[in-house]
Design a protein around this ligand. Structure first.
Ligand code: SF4
Length: 115
C-alpha cells in the first residue's frame, strides 16, 4: 500500500486546524509554515504524499515547491518516495533532520538546474 492509499496520517497533521491557504504562502510566511512542518509528527508521510502526487504548489512536509522540484530532478528514477525517505541516501538523511534541508545547495553542487 502506498502512502497515497492510506491517508489516516492526515488526522495527525500539525496543520490540520490551519486555514487551507496557510501552506500556500511566500517569503517569510513560507519559513513560518516550514517551522510548523518540522514539529509535525507526520512530516515524512506528508512529504512522500506530496512527492508521489506531484503536488506543485505550497509547503508540504517542510519542503517548498522549489525544493521538491529540485529533489524530483535529482532523483528522477524514484518510484516509492516513502521508501526513499527512510533510506540511507545522504539527502534523505538530511531531509529527516529537523530544520531546512540543503536540497537546493545539493542540486546546485550536482549541477541539476533549479527553477
Ligand atoms: S508536514 Fe507540514 S504540511 Fe505536512 S501535515 Fe505536517 S504541518 Fe501539514
Amino acid at each position: 500500500m502506498s502512502v497515497n492509499d492510506d491517508q489516516t496520517w492526515a488526522a495527525k497533521a500539525a496543520c490540520a486546524s490551519e486555514p487551507p491557504d496557510a501552506l500556500f504562502v511566500r517569503g517569510a510566511a513560507q519559513r513560518e509554515a516550514r517551522t510548523r512542518c518540522f514539529r509535525c509528527e507526520v512530516r515524512m508521510q506528508c512529504l512522500a504524499d506530496a512527492l508521489e502526487s506531484g503536488a506543485v504548489f505550497g509547503v508540504w512536509g517542510g519542503l517548498t515547491e522549489r525544493e521538491r522540484r529540485a529533489l524530483m530532478r535529482q532523483y528522477p528514477h524514484i518510484e516509492d518516495w516513502s521508501e526513499w525517505l527512510r533510506s540511507d541516501d545522504p539527502a534523505a538523511v538530511d531531509i529527516r533532520e529537523p530544520g531546512a534541508p540543503r536540497i537546493i545547495t545539493r542540486a546546485k553542487r550536482t549541477e541539476v538546474p533549479v527553477r
